[in-house]
Design a protein around this ligand. Structure first.
Ligand SMILES: C[S@@+](CC[C@H](N)C(=O)[O-])C[C@H]1O[C@@H](n2cnc3c(N)ncnc32)[C@H](O)[C@@H]1O
Length: 157
């Protein structure tokens, strides 16, 4: 597992109101970039960074997970929390995470799953109302990452 420390460069995709980027910068002193599709989220994130005194280490940008506006092999760690369920082309987003991390870097996802098979009407409702799609077991997310050339390091936890 990655040791986050001062020397690391971290990308948080779908950062919402910037809680995780600001926490990481404060706790570990690392440099962090947060991206989110929503400008409102990015505005809130910028306010948070100012309020929490981490503006020198944290940068926020409006960007789509499917088209990350950064060069290849730039970040040590990519983190996504409750984001990929909302992304239309999940495989493309996963390829973007792999593209922007350095060789030997880490991608960490924290995503929801259905604990048991849901009724199809509920799946349809959530997709229509929230634009979200969740797999019925952890393997759904694992397959997505495996398909992008990543190796599972969770057995080392
Ligand atoms: C459930 S919120 C989670 C926010 C944050 N990660 C957290 O855990 O507090 C999902 C976030 O993903 C963002 N999002 C959805 N689709 C996205 C995409 N294609 N690219 C980047 N961000 C996206 C939304 O704007 C929203 O801020």
């Amino acid at each position: 597992m990655p040791q986050i420390n001062k020397g690391k460069y971290v990308l948080v995709v779908g950062c919402g109101v910037g809680t995780t980027p600001c926490y990481l910068a404060k706790r570990y002193g690392c440099r962090v970039v947060g991206v989110d599709l929503s400008k409102r989220m990015i505005d809130s994130s910028n306010k948070r960074a100012k309020r929490e005194g981490v503006k020198d280490r944290v940068e926020f940008r409006v960007a789509d997970a499917q088209n990350i506006p950064f060069e290849d092999d730039l970040f040590d760690i990519v983190i996504c929390e409750s984001v990929n369920a909302f992304v239309e082309d999940k495989q493309r987003a996963a390829s973007e995470y792999v593209r922007v991390i350095k060789l030997g870097g880490y991608v960490g996802l924290n995503e929801c799953i259905w604990m048991k098979t849901p009724p199809p009407e509920l799946v349809e409702y959530i997709s229509r109302i929230m634009g979200a799609e969740f797999p019925t077991c952890n393997n759904g997310w694992k397959e997505l990452l495996d398909g992008s050339g990543l190796r599972d390091s969770s057995e080392n936890l």
